[in-house]
Design a protein around this ligand. Structure first.
Ligand SMILES: Nc1ncnc2c1ncn2[C@@H]1O[C@H](COP(=O)(O)OP(=O)(O)OP(=O)(O)O)[C@@H](O)[C@H]1O
Length: 250
């Protein structure tokens, strides 16, 4: 793969390295993500999983290498510019507005919105409301549109945050341990949700729960010490002796 060639990949990471005081948390990484692909990154603690997501969303600056999103270079762009380019990221702790309703949370996340106060004072238009209803249905909160977000269950709060990203229609959605703390039922529903939202975009997930990984992943990449140990479908990765040795065997 040549660094200067256009590709069909949504995300094309080449020779990506970041060092913190000489320690390479991500070490010469090459990684490609297709449209419609739901890709899960697994690996032991400290493997560099979070750092990869931090690099993509611009929170951490690369030491060297390239991150191309829809063929345009992300390294060097600000976090805001990366969001505007169509990259959404959900962190582990939900950052919803607990005092606002589900509807209001979705409304303030609508692109080109007017900020929290402006949105509340502004008369709602049909286009925005239609979009809010569409997203609410997708995240299974259609019946809870008028509920204060603070009153939602832990799982519902996570879905709301996913909805707040979806309403911006990102082409790449990144999720850090999306089912942590969820009930069995909520996990099942989240698996279906993630499956659905990977249609028409790319989804990149960090996850430790192997049962959940097996349910959702189209492809799995195992990171270890900042490098790729194995990549492929779940079965291939699960049966890889190197993966069993450093990760799954523990
Ligand atoms: N800003 C930073 N400064 C210095 N070291 C860092 C920084 N960010 C991450 N690291 C180090 O880089 C390594 C990779 O961390 P990272 O959080 O990416 O791992 P991870 O695979 O996400 O692990 P976990 O599963 O525990 O979340 C760790 O050794 C971590 O201490």
């Amino acid at each position: 793969m040549n660094m200067h060639t256009n590709t069909d990949f949504t995300l094309s990471i080449e020779d990506l390295t970041v060092s913190f005081d000489g320690f390479k948390a991500v070490d010469n990484l090459n990684f490609y993500l297709d449209k419609n692909e739901l890709h899960v990154i697994i690996g032991p603690n400290g493997a560099g999983k979070t750092t990869v997501l931090d690099l993509i969303c611009g929170k951490t600056k690369a030491t060297s290498g390239s991150i191309k999103f829809l063929n345009s270079e992300l390294t060097g762009l600000s976090e805001h510019a990366i969001v505007r380019a169509g990259v959404g990221r959900k962190f582990q702790t939900p950052s919803i507005y607990e005092n606002l309703t589900v509807l209001e949370n979705l409304e303030v996340s609508y692109p080109h919105g007017r900020g929290v106060l402006g949105s509340l004072l502004f008369k709602r238009n049909k286009k925005v409301l239609d979009k809010i209803h569409e997203i609410a249905k997708e995240i299974m909160l259609e019946q809870a549109l008028d509920t204060e977000a603070g009153l939602l269950s832990h799982g519902q709060k996570q879905w709301l945050e996913i909805g707040m990203l979806l309403i911006q229609d990102p082409q790449l959605l990144m999720l850090d341990e999306p089912v942590a703390g969820m009930s069995v039922k909520e996990r099942e529903q989240t698996a279906k949700l993630l499956n659905k939202i990977s249609q028409g975009r790319s989804v990149l997930v960090i996850e430790h729960d192997m049962e959940f990984v097996a349910r959702i992943a189209h492809k799995v990449t195992v990171l270890h010490q900042g490098k790729i140990l194995a990549t492929g479908d779940m079965e291939k990765v699960q049966n890889d002796p190197k993966v069993i040795e450093v990760y799954l065997g523990h």
